[in-house]
Design a protein around this ligand. Structure first.
Ligand SMILES: [Zn+2]
Ligand SMILES: [Zn+2]
Length: 217
C-alpha cells in the first residue's frame, strides 16, 4: 500500500493519500491546508480516488474539503455525530484564526457500517468518540501487511492523547475508545495520528503516560 502523508503549518495536521499500487485506486483522509500537495500526489501517480474519508470535523481536518471534492468529485464521508462541528466550520476557523474556503461542500454520506475498498485494501470504520462526538478510527487492512494501519485522527498520538476540552469532548469516553476500541485492533497495528509521528499499539500501551495513568486507576 502506498501511504503518503503531508502536513503544513500552523497546525501540522496530517493529510493522507492511501493507494493500491496494483490498481491505482485510492482514498484521501482528512484533507486540510496541505490539500494541494495531496492533489499533486494523486496527479503525479495517476491515482483514481474513490472516497474522501474524514476522521472528525475539527477545522484543521476539513479546510481542504472544498478543494478535494473539486479535484476528485467523489463522495465525502463523516460520522453523523460530528455534523454540528462541520456546520460550524466558520466559527471554528475564527476561534483558531484559520482560513477556510466556505461554504464547505455537503457531506455526501454518514458512516453507516459501510466497508470501503480501494484495490486490494479495505477500510473498516470504528466509532471512537471522546476528542469529539463523531471521531472515528479508519482501520485499513490488506494482503501485504499482517496488522492494520489505523488512521485515528486526534484520538491518540505518539505519547499523548486527544484534548477533551473542546465542545463535545469527554475524557472518560476518550479513554474507553482508546483502550476498548483501538487497542483491541492489535499490538502490531500501526497508528497514524492526525498530528505528529506514527506509532504502534504496543508502544502506546506500554509507554503512553496518559494510558498508563488511566489503566492504573
Ligand atoms: Zn481534532
Ligand atoms: Zn487536529
Amino acid at each position: 500500500m502506498l501511504i503518503e502523508s503531508r502536513a503544513v503549518g500552523p497546525f501540522f495536521k496530517n493529510g493522507f493519500v492511501l493507494a493500491c499500487e496494483r490498481t491505482g485506486e485510492a482514498v484521501i483522509v482528512d484533507p486540510g491546508d496541505e490539500v494541494a500537495e495531496l492533489v499533486a500526489i494523486v496527479q503525479e501517480r495517476q491515482l483514481a480516488v474513490r472516497h474522501i474519508l474524514l476522521t472528525h470535523a475539527h477545522i484543521d481536518h476539513v479546510t481542504g474539503c472544498a478543494a478535494a471534492v473539486r479535484a476528485f468529485k467523489v463522495p465525502l464521508w463523516l460520522h453523523q455525530d460530528d455534523m454540528f462541528l462541520y456546520e460550524r466550520a466558520g466559527q471554528q476557523a475564527q476561534m483558531f484564526g484559520l482560513k477556510v474556503e466556505l461554504p464547505l461542500p455537503p457531506i455526501d454520506h454518514f458512516y453507516d457500517g459501510t466497508v470501503f475498498t480501494f484495490g486490494d485494501y479495505r477500510v473498516d470504520v470504528h466509532h471512537t468518540p471522546g476528542h469529539c462526538p463523531g471521531g472515528v478510527c479508519l482501520a485499513v487492512s490488506g494482503p501485504d501487511f499482517p496488522a492494520p494501519h489505523l488512521f485515528v485522527g486526534d484520538t491518540l498520538f505518539a505519547g499523548s492523547i486527544g484534548r477533551t476540552d473542546l465542545p463535545g469532548g469527554d475524557y472518560d469516553v476518550l479513554m474507553k475508545a482508546i483502550t476498548g476500541v483501538i487497542f483491541p485492533l492489535g499490538d502490531d497495528a500501526i497508528v497514524h495520528p492526525g498530528h505528529g509521528p506514527d506509532t504502534t499499539i504496543a508502544r502506546e500501551r506500554a509507554t503512553n503516560p496518559f494510558v498508563l495513568e488511566y489503566l492504573a486507576t
